[in-house]
Design a protein around this ligand. Structure first.
Ligand SMILES: Nc1ncnc2c1ncn2[C@@H]1O[C@H](COP(=O)(O)OP(=O)(O)OP(=O)(O)O)[C@@H](O)[C@H]1O
Length: 669
């Protein structure tokens, strides 16, 4: 049995709307290793059709092609891949070298696809290139070579995997007569090493150099002439059969993608820039949200003891508390233990007092080191400071438990018989904050529905910080408060509790637990959490709007990769012809989109960083605070998002590239 046997081979091309066209008609042919066969015939006679079938580029035929005892009609996809990798090498009229790869990379491409290690593949390629007189050309690009050199590189590429069969389609068609002779010498030499060389040619001169001339006309063999034997000898190309081939590695795919991207550097920089705009906008928006949030939290917490959490009972449904100011009007979902008395009289908003079981519940919260009891009330119009016969109204009255030094603007904490007032009260009294200290006033407050009056000396000016403190307030020490209520035969239970944490790090956990149990936190805390929620929503909306540009860049990447597939159609054909699997081609294109995503992401993060730095310098000058807070998490998020979007956009073009028909791809101009 011959190495290749064609039996009753027919090829029909489907023509839409017409009868199938029969390009090959009952071809019977036996070919053996060591033969140099020329296939000649008129244009359109079926030569290329026959070559495509022999080369396994086209698997649609009837009849049988048997190669080395194996029937091609039974080949699966992987059999064709192996056939291309191990059995066959192609040489094309137009060379079909990959323009962005060096001579060495073009020749090693088949081995790269088989994941042969770099050293072995370079050694083997250099050996073959040297045999073909190309030792000076390893690092040149195809465009820097003469026609003859290009064809020799293409021959080296066909030979490097030591195939049994070389198929050459008009290998000298694009060469002048002197170069034609050189190339024919090489081809003849290859056949002498015991390979089967099949050439398609129009040239009498080329046909004359072969051992057998098969003539085709109108899809039929009309002549088969043998003209002498070749003096076959050992393989002079120094190639040993390689080990079982593996598949294209991830790193090799990235390298191939990088080489192609380098070739179109300008275009790729522009794509990365385009892609980076969306990433950059999203990161800047997120940084802005985080920065504003930080600023607000910092401002709100500036005068708050980091160890202390303020706790109040939840507002009883149906009490007048629901008509009080927004900061106090929060109804909790759950109700803590304990009973609640009915609400205070109209015009007075008092938090409900804590029962012993409530206090116990709060004491049991993890990390609570200390529990301070306090009293506070919020009134509209009924509480006053009376100074020299005039009344100055204030809204908040309470004890100083839970305050820090930072709450004292001037003066000292109140001792017994002393009070703290806000600067606004001092000013209403016609005094500056400093002047008010030491002044004697009468305090008139409503507690548990009783109007109480007593004289006090102002010991200091109270401040709640920059953001909260709009309400005028008066504070006395717990001891003074107990004295005041005792003197009036009132028994007032604490309605504010200050929980002191064992570590500032645990304060938030305590606050969270307080909320979970259904108690209220401080007004500042509640305001802060409302602000934070609003800011989060605002940030997400802004980032979403910025995200639209991500969608635009996804479409841009998709388009560019589609164009790239069209540009590289021939290259894809070559990769298939030398044993590249669909998967390998997909991998090369997906790698390219991965790299585009990576570069866009890095660029986006870089630009966003610059914007935050410059933006913060400007804002710092204007408002004395930084407002853009770009965290490493945002940078990572930006890069990962960019890569994901880019790879998703690359999937369709990669799929298109992988499913190209090799015959059509190779014919593509
Ligand atoms: N994809 C196809 N669909 C339909 N008909 C085709 C297709 N490819 C080739 N043919 C037809 O099959 C016949 C043989 O074509 P083929 O390309 O094999 O000829 P050829 O001998 O190689 O010609 P040339 O020397 O000009 O390259 C021609 O009539 C051609 O029009």
């Amino acid at each position: 049995m011959s190495f290749i046997e064609l039996k009753h081979l027919n090829k029909f091309y489907p023509i839409s709307g017409a009868k199938d066209f029969q390009a090959l008609k009952d071809i019977n042919l036996s070919l053996d290793k060591g033969e140099l066969v020329s296939i000649i015939g008129e244009s359109g006679s079926g030569k290329s059709t026959l070559m495509n079938l022999l080369g396994g580029l086209d698997s649609q035929f009837s009849g049988e092609i048997t190669v080395d005892g194996k029937k091609m009609s039974t080949f699966k996809d992987q059999d064709f891949v192996n056939y291309h990798k191990e059995k066959i090498g192609f040489v094309f009229q137009s060379f079909n070298l990959v323009s962005h790869l060096s001579v060495l990379d073009n020749v090693t491409l088949a081995m790269t696809l088989s994941n042969v290690d770099k050293k072995t593949r370079n050694e083997r390629a250099k050996e073959v290139l040297k045999q073909l007189g190309l030792e000076e050309q390893y690092h040149k690009k195809p465009s820097q070579l003469s026609g003859g050199q290009k064809q020799r590189v293409a021959i080296a590429r066909a030979l490097v995997n030591d195939p049994d069969i070389i198929i050459a389609d008009e290998p000298t068609g694009a060469l002048d007569s002197q170069t034609t002779d050189q190339v024919l010498d090489i081809i003849q030499e290859i056949a002498k090493t015991g390979k089967l060389v099949i050439m398609v040619t129009h040239s009498e001169k080329v046909a004359a150099r072969s051992t057998r001339v098969v003539t085709i006309d109108d899809g039929k063999i009309i002549g088969d002439v043998r003209q002498g034997e070749l003096q076959t000898h050992e393989n002079t190309f120094g190639l040993e059969k390689k080990a079982k081939s593996k598949n294209l590695s991830f790193f090799a795919a990235i390298r191939l993608a990088l080489l192609n991207m380098k070739e179109k550097l300008g275009r790729n920089i522009l794509i990365a820039l385009g892609g980076s705009i969306g990433i950059m906008s999203v990161i800047v928006m997120l940084s802005l949200g985080a920065g504003v949030n930080d600023y607000l939290t910092k401002t709100m917490n500036a005068n708050v003891n980091p160890l202390v959490s303020e706790v109040k009972m939840p507002i009883a449904r149906g009490s007048n508390a629901s008509s009080s100011v927004a900061a106090d009007s929060s109804v909790m979902a759950t109700t803590p233990a304990g009973t609640r008395p009915s609400g205070p009289p109209a015009g007075v908003t008092q938090s409900d007092p804590f029962a012993e079981e409530n206090l116990q519940e709060l004491r049991n919260i993890p990390h609570v080191a200390e529990l301070n009891l306090a009293y506070t009330s919020f009134t509209i119009g009924s509480d006053n400071v009376i100074y020299e016969g005039s009344k100055y109204a204030f809204m908040t009255f309470g004890t100083t438990s839970g305050m820090t030094d930072s709450n004292i603007l001037y003066g000292t904490f109140p001792a017994e018989g002393e009070i703290l007032v806000t600067e606004g009260i001092a000013n209403q009294m016609g005094a500056t904050a400093e002047e008010a200290i030491g002044k004697e006033v009468t305090l008139s407050v409503t507690i548990d529905g009783e109007k109480l009056e007593k004289n006090y000396v102002i010991s200091g000016i109270y401040t709640a910080g920059q953001s909260i403190g709009a309400f005028e307030s008066v504070y006395i020490s717990s001891e003074s408060f107990d004295l005041l209520t005792a003197e009036n035969n009132l028994e007032v239970k604490p309605n504010v509790v200050y929980l002191v944490s064992d570590d500032p790090k645990n304060t938030q956990a305590i606050k969270d637990e307080v909320a979970t149990l259904g108690y209220r936190g401080s007004s500042a805390d509640m305001l802060a959490s409302t602000f934070t929620k609003m800011l989060d929503i605002f940030t997400y909306i802004l980032s979403g709007v910025a995200g639209i540009s991500l969608f635009v860049s996804a479409i841009m990447i998709l388009t560019v990769l589609y164009i790239s597939v069209v540009e590289r159609t021939q290259e894809i054909g070559v990769i298939k012809a030398i044993g590249g699997r669909k998967k390998d081609i997909r991998r090369i294109f997906v790698s390219e989109s991965f790299l585009i995503g990576l570069f866009s992401g890095l660029l986006g993060v870089g630009i966003a960083y610059l914007i935050t730095v410059v933006g913060n310098i400007i804002v710092q000058n204007l408002f004395d605070t930084a407002i853009l807070n770009m965290t490493p998490a945002f940078a990572i998020f930006g890069i990962v998002t960019s890569i994901i979007i880019s790879m998703l956009s690359g999937l369709l073009p990669a799929q298109k590239a992988a499913s190209l028909d090799p015959v059509e791809a190779l014919r593509h101009d």
